[in-house]
Write a protein that binds this ligand. Structure first.
Ligand code: PXL
Length: 276
């Protein structure tokens, strides 16, 4: 096996934009071998696009994790972990594995839906996953929950949230402000425990962004696995996902999905990094 291996512990999204499909497509695009232990099955009501989330039975997850660990992943990433039991299983599996990196995407909300899937998960994430994370990649809502504060809306509030999240033990924190911070560009903020860096890209007029969060975290996982330094890994992941958003497609009246392979097939997008 010459390719390095990345395991994602995640759900499926039947639209193919987010979830494990986004992860595995993104790993493939970084020349990595991707595989998945499935936690949840998500479908959408075609009329309202509200999400219907079904859990994979715990014993079935246990069997998958047993198989997955026997394949010795170099890196583990997590996506949708729907409850405390699944979070504990993921945490145990990561500790048992010899993986060098753990990329924690603390999925709590799906695009367009601001309600946290299950508020009980926040506490488990803080105690069981943040302490073992190489890097955690929350959006603003998720960052507010993990930090125990209101959803941050300004750069100063994001910095405060990053510091609070860092106290739980991850080596790095990157908070995806995206287009929702009160600045002219799409801004994500990286923190290594000492310094803050802003990652800036142009805001896009029409953004096909379903799957963007999963794709960004999967690209971060890929870049760490491929040996990039943390800030470089995050910068390259932002360029990867910005291109995916720019070149995505409208699937129906409800959803526009990212194009996971746009970075390699169409082209990159400029990302600037500046100390904050
Ligand atoms: O984008 C978050 C997300 C993650 N994982 C699965 C999803 C979604 C959103 O729809 O369905 C499986």
């Amino acid at each position: 096996m010459t390719q390095k291996k990345v395991l994602t512990i995640a759900g499926t999204d039947v639209s193919g934009g987010a979830g494990y499909a986004a992860d595995v497509k993104t790993f493939e695009d970084h020349d990595l071998y991707g595989f998945c232990a499935l936690t949840t099955i998500v479908s959408m009501d075609p009329n309202t696009w509200s999400h219907r989330v079904h859990h994979v039975p715990l014993e079935v997850l246990d069997e998958q994790l047993e198989t997955a660990l026997s394949l010795s992943p170099n890196t583990v990433k997590t996506g949708m972990l729907p409850n405390e039991d699944v979070i504990s299983r993921a945490s145990e599996a990561i500790k048992k594995s010899d993986a060098e990196f753990f990329i924690f995407d603390p999925v709590m909300v799906c695009k367009g839906d601001d309600t946290v899937l299950n508020p009980g998960v926040v506490d488990s994430m803080q105690k069981e996953l943040l302490p073992i994370s190489t890097i955690v990649t929350p959006n603003l809502v998720e960052a507010g929950n993990l930090a125990g504060m209101k959803t941050p809306k300004t750069v100063e509030e994001v910095k405060e949230a990053a510091k609070k999240i860092y106290e739980y033990g991850p080596k790095y924190v990157v908070i995806k402000g995206g287009t929702d911070l009160q600045v002219d560009e799409a801004l994500d903020i990286f923190y290594d425990g000492e310094s803050f860096y802003g990652l800036y890209a142009d805001k896009l007029e029409k953004a096909y962004n379903h799957g963007a969060g999963c794709t960004f975290a999967a690209a971060v996982a890929s870049n760490f696995t491929n040996g990039l330094e943390p800030l470089e890994a995050v910068k390259a992941a932002k360029a990867f996902v910005a291109s995916a958003i720019k070149h995505g497609s409208q699937m129906n009246e409800h959803v526009g999905v990212v194009r996971h392979n746009a970075y390699n097939k169409v082209g990159t997008v400029d990302v600037q990094v500046k100390p904050l």
